[in-house]
Ligand binder design. Structure first.
Ligand code: S3P
Length: 481
């Protein structure tokens, strides 16, 4: 049987997202039907109870990688000619990027399974005539701030309640050095208006935090800038920008020196249109991998999972904890290593997670915390300060959510310590429900907790799932039957 989908069938309206901190467990009268670009997403009520459904079996194909999808739309829009993209993630975040690129001159359309992007050239972005609505997406915002910085145009960026709390100072600082100017809201947040530089300056920037978004913003500002833009990365982060810019023909070189990565981009760049095939998102696969490990009797194949080493931390950690994850049919898709993963229910053991692995699984900690809650012994995590400035404060949100479900959990400034239940499912929620704080990954991680619980887990708002994994509910139902 699939998860409780009662009340979903009469879906007929799109409810407003809940504001941060707002707590509601009652199903509203209006239920969500979500449509865009002719693609029907999972029908979902705002609140939902996820309950144990038995083993997860069979195989499923997860949607396209979010990071690669954003970049394929942006780089396609900057190329000279038509880029074609298949496997694009059609989640709200990527659609926000596509809308912004359209507002700055690119033509982006879907034809069958393929997206066609008519690029404007790396110097060709035009002034948008309305504010760019970034929705919930930090990646859209920070990368596009970088892109606009190299163009003599003015653009206003707005977003939802979650995004409007997130720090933009981390990109405003380096981009100001290129000559761009900013009028941000208090604390360096959205709404924010930026004036791109008339003649941007190529800068050298050493990343003060391990962030692929900041790295990418600086590199993207260098695309329409004469000279060499240099980013020094003391801790490696996901390298999709470097791989893809090179694939689009940019003059970009990476050198490793003394444990640091030095990335040099010679501008101005000319990008050649490409045919891009987007591999499946390991960050989305993560929820099904952990669900299969936790639910007794599971034997599930998760197909088409991107295994770029800068993204593979969760699989390494789950294997260290005793998780059975086999790689089948390893291959290359769109220049990225990919495999199908066969995951079997496993007895997990708590470990101390090495903080050096954090950048390669920065988005996967919410679901790792769920896995740790059922492991034998204690799991200690540290070096996770960045989790406090994601779509929500993920340390505090997950500590509260798991505690509500009966987990034994301690919250530190930079991580969680979780005393596992040696395979016994979580009690689940009885009074009250989990608050997701407009954070898709909190919603999906706690959905997995519901599958691995005695009484089920009630979640206040599943609508944020559509930002990154529109068919999550459908796939979950399919794998549970
Ligand atoms: C992303 C980088 C990461 C990650 C985000 C996507 C990207 O953010 O959390 O979901 O596509 O570059 P940070 O750069 O803030 O770590």
């Amino acid at each position: 049987m699939g998860p409780d989908m009662s009340g979903i069938k009469s879906a007929n309206s799109i409810p407003a997202r809940l504001a941060i901190g707002q707590h509601r467990c009652q199903k509203p009268a209006g239920i969500l039907t979500h449509l865009f670009e002719g693609f029907r997403l999972a029908d979902t009520a705002n609140s939902h109870r996820f309950t144990s459904q038995g083993p997860l079996t069979g195989s499923l194909r997860i949607p396209g990688d979010k990071s690669i999808s954003h970049r394929s739309v942006m780089f396609g829009a900057l190329a000279d000619g038509e880029t074609r993209v298949t496997g694009l993630l059609e989640g709200e975040d990527v659609m926000a990027t596509a809308d912004a690129m359209r507002a700055m001159g690119a033509k982006i359309e879907k034809h069958g399974a393929e997206w066609r992007i008519q690029g404007v050239g790396a110097a060709g972005l035009t002034q948008p005539d309305h504010a760019l609505d970034m929705g919930n997406s930090g990646t859209s915002t920070r990368l596009l701030l970088g892109l606009v910085a190299g163009h003599p145009i003015t653009a206003t960026f707005i977003g939802d309640a979650s995004l409007s709390k997130r720090p933009m100072g981390r990109v405003i600082d380096p981009l100001s050095q290129t000559g761009a100017q900013f009028e941000a809201s208090e604390g360096g947040t959205l709404p924010l208006t930026m004036h791109g530089a008339t003649s941007a300056k190529a800068i050298e920037y050493r990343l003060p935090i391990a962030s692929a978004q900041v790295k990418s913003a600086v590199l993207l500002a260098g695309l329409n800038t004469a000279g060499t833009t240099t980013v020094i990365e003391p801790t490696p982060t996901r390298d999709h920008t470097e791989r893809m810019l090179r694939g689009f023909g940019a003059d970009l070189h990476v050198e490793e020196s003394g444990g640091e990565r030095i990335i040099r981009l010679n501008g101005p760049a000319q990008l050649k249109p490409q045919n891009v095939v987007v591999p499946g998102d390991p960050s989305s696969a993560a929820f099904f991998i952990v669900a299969a490990l936790l639910c007794e009797g599971s034997d599930l194949v998760v197909e088409n999972v991107g295994l770029n080493p800068t993204r593979g931390g969760l699989i390494t950690v789950l294997r260290q904890m005793g998780g059975h994850i086999e790689e089948l049919n390893t291959r290359e898709v769109g220049g990225e290593p990919v495999a199908d993963l066969r995951v079997k229910h496993s007895k997990l053991i708590g470990i101390d997670v090495d903080p050096a692995i954090v950048p390669s699984m920065v988005d996967e900690f919410p679901v790792l915390f769920v896995a740790a809650s059922l492991a034998k012994g204690t799991t200690r995590t540290s070096g996770l300060e960045e989790l406090r400035v994601k779509e929500s404060d993920r340390l505090s949100a997950m500590a509260s959510a798991l505690a509500l479900c009966g987990a034994d959990i301690e919250e530190n400034a930079d991580g969680l310590v979780i005393h596992g239940r040696d395979g016994d499912p979580l009690p689940g929620t009885t009074d009250g429900c989990v608050t997701t704080h407009l954070d898709h990954r909190i919603a999906m991680a706690m959905a997995v907790a519901g599958l691995a619980s005695h009484k089920g887990v009630e979640i206040d708002d599943t609508s944020p799932i559509a930002t990154s994994f529109p068919n999550f509910m459908e796939l979950l139902e399919g794998a549970s039957t």
